[in-house]
Design a binder for this molecule. Structure first.
Ligand SMILES: [Zn+2]
Length: 155
């Protein structure tokens, strides 16, 4: 077994998970009792599949903008470098069910979107690298498997 790493996900055996899933990574409590809940939203099976960058980039913009309409306390939702999922952090909301509901509503927003928000050189760092159709494909696939989101590991 490898040594214990600082990063929680480096201690996760990526060969044992079964994507898609939504996993609570950890809870960070501040000195005043505020709590940050961090989730691993895994869209793709690690080392078997990944999201292509243009669609991943567009779904990032769409989720970041829209998830804030569905749940309070969003800190951030950002892609993993391995292109298999996103990290989602939320303040003072312990409800896993509410997190799942917000993710589902946000992915439904992706399906009905007419454009990618902030997809221009003023508001984005690589505005040419987008695909709304790619984002919709990712959202469609994730939503089709929503009954599996609560199960992180293969049986
Ligand atoms: Zn961008």
């Amino acid at each position: 077994m490898t040594k214990k790493m600082n990063v929680e996900s480096f201690n996760l055996d990526h060969t044992k998970v079964k994507a898609p899933y939504v996993r609570l990574v950890g809870i960070t409590e501040g000195s005043h009792g505020d709590k940050i809940y961090k989730y691993d939203i895994r869209f793709c099976q690690p080392n078997k599949e990944h999201m292509e960058m243009p669609g991943l980039h567009s779904i990032e913009h769409l989720m970041a903008e829209n998830i804030r309409n569905h749940i309070e306390g969003v800190i951030d939702i950002g892609p993993m470098g391995c292109q298999t999922g996103f990290y989602f952090s939320i303040l003072n909301n312990e409800s896993y069910d509410e997190a799942l509901e917000a993710i589902e509503k946000t992915l439904n927003d992706v399906l009905t979107a007419d454009e990618v928000p902030a997809c221009n050189p003023v508001q984005c760092g690589w505005a040419a690298n987008h695909s709304l159709e790619g984002a919709k494909e990712i959202a469609r696939k994730m939503l089709a498997a929503k009954e599996e989101w609560r199960q992180v590991f293969a049986e």
